[in-house]
Structures are given as structure tokens and as C-alpha cells.
Design a protein around this ligand. Structure first.
Ligand SMILES: *[C@@H]1O[C@H](CO)[C@@H](O)[C@H](O)[C@H]1NC(C)=O
Length: 253
């Protein structure tokens, strides 16, 4: 009798465990599938307004005094992004600059097989100019090298980074790292631990490395954005109004 009970208990446990495992895998797949969904561009633009630019959802609210921001663009130039699309991405980033407040400073790192600092923290005007000078450099996807340089750039006293500014990274990429990729998530974690918020614009209809990009981002609901192609990224940026004080700032020059 007791032996029978034990037998049933074990059977139950085994069945339950398998069922749980099934549920677990299904959830994981479903989560990945959810990350592949590309929302309409207006939705992504709204999400960026709220979380990347922290604009209140209704206009007339006076914005609270915020710390200035140091924003680092990390741009994927790997061979999976064709040159024409890369150039579109650069154009979208130039436009993105004017959505931030005018006291924001920008820097950029380009990566493919290697990562290189394109320019250190400069004014919006200089950033737009410097972005125009960035040339496509095809190769592998060495995301971790870019993240390593990002950490050094934020910590350096010579990079123009301001200790009192809030630190943000905006990654433009189409997929999974393929050089020393075991370091990618760890280095992203170190950056976040140092107080850097990591935003990711993931470009592509279906992205092989979407899970990695999602984990590199500070969160999936606020920091991860999806578009099918670069044209769409341009569209999203165009839908975000310029910073009003930036417009004033520009017309005064
Ligand atoms: C490049 O951009 C074009 C036009 O937006 C798009 O049709 C194509 O799929 C893109 N190619 C890749 C590999 O991203």
C-alpha cells in the first residue's frame, strides 16, 4: 500500500516536472516571439518620447528641472547592415539629436569587427556635423568591444563626459554579436551598474539575436524599440517633435 503511494507520488512529480518544463519553454518562445513584433511607428515614437526623452504625455505640463544628459550612440556597421541602410541610420541619428534638450552632449562609437570612438562628448551642433563624417566599415559584430569602450568613455575625464550628467547609451543594431559574445551581456551589466541607461533600437523584420539585444537594454518595455528597416527608423524619428527649447535655441543663432 505504502509502496503504491510512493509510486504514484513519484509519477505525479515526474509528470508535473515535465509539464512545468513544457510551460517554461513555451513561455520563453512566446517571450522571444513577442520581441519580434514590430509595433506601428507612431507607437514606437510615443514610447521614445515618454522614456528616451522623458516628455510628459501632455504638453502643457512644465518640465521639472532635470540633470543634463550625456548620450552615447553605439552604431552597428557590421556587414549585415548594407551601406545604403547604414547611411539611412546615420541620417536618422542626426535627426534624433534635435529631439534632445540643447544642453545634451553626444558621443559616438562605431563597431563592426572592431570598435572605434568616432567622436567624444560634444554639443548637438557638432554632433550633427560629426555624424555626417562617419563612414561605413563592414565586418563582424563585435558588440562587446563597443560596450567596453563605452564604459571607458563615460569614466574618462578627457572625454567631455560630465560627472553630474545622466548617462545614456542608444544602440542602433540589427542583431547578435559574434565576437567574444560571452562578454556582451556582462559588459552591458557593468554599464548599467555604473548608472548608465541602455536604450536599443533593433532593426530588422526578424532579428536573430533579439534576446541578446533585449538583455543588453535596461528594460524591454521602456528601453527596447523595434523597427522593420532603417526607413522606418527615419519615420519614427520624424514623428517625434523637436525639443521646443532646441528650436528656439536654433533660431537665435
Ligand atoms: C535595406 O533597406 C531596404 C529599404 O528600406 C530594405 O528593403 C532592405 O530589406 C534593407 N536590407 C537589410 C539587409 O537590412
Amino acid at each position: 500500500m505504502a509502496a503504491m503511494k510512493v509510486f504514484w507520488l513519484i509519477t505525479l512529480l515526474v509528470v508535473a516536472e515535465e509539464a512545468m518544463a513544457g510551460v517554461f519553454w513555451e513561455t520563453k518562445d512566446k517571450a522571444t516571439e513577442r520581441l519580434q513584433i514590430i509595433p506601428p511607428s507612431e507607437e514606437t515614437a510615443k514610447k521614445m518620447e515618454l522614456f528616451l526623452f522623458e516628455r510628459p504625455s501632455f504638453r502643457l505640463v512644465k518640465r521639472s528641472i532635470k540633470r543634463p544628459e550625456d548620450v552615447l550612440f553605439i552604431i552597428d556597421s557590421s556587414k549585415s547592415v548594407p551601406e545604403a541602410n547604414f547611411t539611412r541610420g546615420i541620417r536618422a541619428l542626426q535627426n534624433l539629436v534635435t529631439k534632445f534638450r540643447p544642453n545634451t552632449k553626444f558621443a559616438a562609437i562605431l563597431f563592426s569587427t572592431k570598435a572605434k570612438v568616432m567622436f567624444k562628448f560634444v554639443s548637438p551642433q557638432k554632433a550633427v556635423k560629426n555624424l555626417a563624417g562617419i563612414r561605413y566599415h563592414s565586418g563582424f559584430t563585435n558588440t562587446q568591444a563597443a560596450l567596453r569602450k563605452a564604459g571607458r568613455l563615460f569614466a574618462s575625464k578627457k572625454s567631455g563626459a560630465r560627472g553630474y550628467a545622466s548617462k545614456r547609451i542608444f544602440i542602433l543594431s540589427d542583431g547578435q554579436s559574434n565576437i567574444k559574445k560571452q562578454n556582451t551581456l556582462y559588459l552591458a551589466y557593468l554599464l548599467k551598474d555604473m548608472g548608465v541607461e541602455v536604450f536599443v533600437m533593433a532593426v530588422g523584420q526578424r532579428i536573430e539575436g533579439i534576446n541578446e539585444l533585449a538583455m543588453v537594454a535596461t528594460s524591454t518595455d521602456k528601453h527596447l524599440y523595434r523597427v522593420g528597416q532603417m526607413e522606418e527608423f527615419i519615420k519614427v524619428v520624424n514623428e517625434i517633435p523637436n525639443d521646443p527649447s532646441y528650436d528656439k535655441f536654433n533660431s537665435r543663432r
